[in-house]
Design a protein around this ligand. Structure first.
Ligand code: DX5
Length: 217
């Protein structure tokens, strides 16, 4: 089995003016990791470079994941997940991420099949199956992505598999049963009056499903 069930609150919808405090709050509430999106300019979280022109952080630049590897490593990220759709050379990017000391995650959008991801599965640490169209929090969970998770779990039992988008107490069972072990959750955790209990619930459901899979094998 992959490396345990872990819950990563997405801080995309948090108060970005108080991002540090929001991240600390999530870690205090038991988050196993933090999920930081850099998809949109306003969520561009790398440290600024001295003398850098403003357009370097613009939307076009954000479509080129190659250029943020080093800044993210320097900023302290321990894993860098990029979208398969956003690069022409996944192999080179995987190598670069590793050389910068980070784990590698590879994400696919809802319209991308797992067959596109499969050739890279043995070179990455984590596959991210998006369960909404990437862009913003609070969207409806796409249950029809679960066959992708199931397929990956069957083919690559030790791979970390993450889901992201619309995941919360109402949808975690589907993700857990399909085989996801890394759970990104935005609104359900960030907007809860009791984030700790939501994090615990998500982790418990996920762990129980993982244990059952082991027993069933
Ligand atoms: C979507 C983001 C998600 C989003 C999840 O592009 O990658 O991380 O913040 O938010 P919820 O859980 O509210 O769908």
């Amino acid at each position: 089995m992959a490396s345990g069930c872990r819950i990563g609150p997405s801080v995309l919808n948090s108060d970005l003016a108080a991002l540090g405090a929001e991240c600390s709050r999530m870690l205090d509430c038991g988050a196993d990791y933090l999920h930081l999106d850099t998809l949109r300019p306003e969520h561009h979280l790398r440290p600024p470079r001295r003398g850098e022109p403003a357009q370097a952080a613009g939307p076009g630049a954000l479509l080129r994941p190659e250029q943020w590897v080093k800044p993210m490593a320097v900023a302290g990220a321990n894993q860098y997940t990029f979208h398969l759709e956003a690069t022409d050379n996944p192999g080179a990017l995987i190598k670069d991420i590793r050389e910068n000391g980070m784990k590698v995650g590879l994400a696919i959008k809802p319209g991308t099949t797992v067959e596109h991801l499969a050739p890279w599965a043995n070179q990455i640490d984590m596959a991210l199956v998006m369960t909404v169209e990437p862009g913003f929090g609070g969207q409806k969970f796409m249950e029809d992505m679960m066959p992708k998770v199931q397929w990956l779990r069957t083919q690559f039992p030790s791979l970390d598999i993450e889901v992201d988008g619309g995941v919360g107490p109402d949808t975690i069972h589907k993700c857990a049963e399909a085989g996801a072990n890394m759970i990104v959750s935005g609104s359900a955790i960030m907007k809860s009056a009791d984030p700790r209990s939501v994090i615990n619930l998500l982790r418990n459901v996920c762990s129980e499903a993982a244990q059952k899979r082991c027993l069933d094998r």
